[in-house]
Ligand binder design. Structure first.
Ligand code: SF4
Length: 327
């Protein structure tokens, strides 16, 4: 591991100022992903800024939204009464991820930043990985690509985003509050993560030194009608091959008023299934329509030999998740 220096800060301003003094810094909260990456030599910061004493660990109502501080643990968010009652899909998604011990340590802000679980990215003995070393190639394209992307990938990188929580946040139209040297701003969740394009080494649209301070969930009266379906190789402690978060509003006649569908395990960012949503809104939930919605969303899929099964799996998962919510 590369040697590093360490500072502990107690406010957002102190954190941002510490970063401004050394742009090779990383903020550390729970450290459940960053420290692994440092041990493997994938992340090599020269300085760590410990933000665990910054008061960002509240969940509170804020102008109609629910604001979740960036340092709230995944466990505390999943078990919070307001989240369980108003946004149960978020609670379900968090509890489907990792292990109890990891959820106790992992923070909400850190979960947004966890990096892909592509095997080649984590192992520097593979020389080809554009995400780890831009311009070096992509070993996954001709290697083992069972867990890789079928939507939104590029010739440079076919990695996926591993987070369950982020799939639910995408379906809930969340936004991310950040603070940096130029002040505060809010990033809509759909614009927070990036697809790989020709810069796969950049995962998010955070600017250098910006610190995530909170996640805002907008008021959504129908968000308690929801479901998170995760399909994986093992029943626990495994990343999603495919996952689906559905939030749906139906009128008394069963017509879809609002449909929010997000997919995990398929792309480098949580994938909002807007094509499927469009086909469902204003219509009844019927088998043929559901199938048409799932097929429309997967039409642009670009599978590789090891992950072609994900196309059919994703369609079936979409249908099953929506049927569960509609029932
Ligand atoms: Fe690296 Fe992306 Fe290719 Fe994996 S898929 S080897 S992360 S470039």
């Amino acid at each position: 591991m590369k040697p590093f220096t360490y500072t502990r800060v107690s406010s957002v301003d102190e954190a941002v100022s510490a970063y401004a003094r050394n742009s090779e810094s990383r903020y550390v909260g729970g450290g459940t992903n960053l420290l692994d990456l440092m041990k493997m030599g994938v992340e090599r910061p020269s300085h760590l800024i410990d933000i665990t004493r910054v008061p960002l660990n509240q969940i509170e109502e804020h102008e109609g939204d629910l604001r979740i501080g960036a340092l709230v643990s995944n466990t505390d968010a999943a078990n919070h009464p307001l989240i369980r009652q108003r946004y149960p899909v978020l609670s379900e998604a968090i509890l489907a991820g990792a292990s109890q011990q990891l959820r106790n340590m992992a923070t909400m802000g850190g979960n947004l930043l966890q990096r892909t679980r592509c095997y080649y990215f984590y192992d520097p003995s593979y020389s080809e990985c554009n995400k780890r070393k831009p311009g070096s190639g992509c070993a996954a394209k001709s290697g083992i690509n069972r867990i890789h992307a079928i939507l939104g990938s590029s010739e440079e990188c076919i990695a996926t985003n591993p987070s369950d929580m982020c799939v639910a946040l995408a379906a809930l139209n969340a936004s991310v509050r950040v603070s940096g040297s130029k002040g505060e701003r809010t990033i809509p969740f759909s614009e927070f993560h990036r697809l790989p394009g020709d810069t796969p080494q950049i995962d998010t649209n955070l600017r250098s030194g910006e610190l995530i301070t909170a996640i805002d969930l907008p008021a959504m009266t129908y968000a308690n009608r929801s479901h998170y379906l995760k399909v994986r190789d093992r029943h626990s402690y495994a990343f999603a091959l495919v996952s689906v978060a559905v939030v749906m509003d139906l009128d008394d006649g069963g017509i879809v008023r609002h449909a929010h569908i997000a997919l995990g395990g398929l792309a480098l960012k949580p994938w909002r299934a807007t094509k499927a949503e469009k086909i469902l809104v204003g219509e009844k939930i019927e088998p043929q329509r559901l199938l048409a919605a799932a097929e429309a969303e997967l039409q642009a899929a670009k599978p590789y030999p090891g992950n072609a099964f994900k196309v059919e799996l994703a369609k079936r998962a979409i249908v099953r998740a929506i049927n569960t919510v509609a029932a």
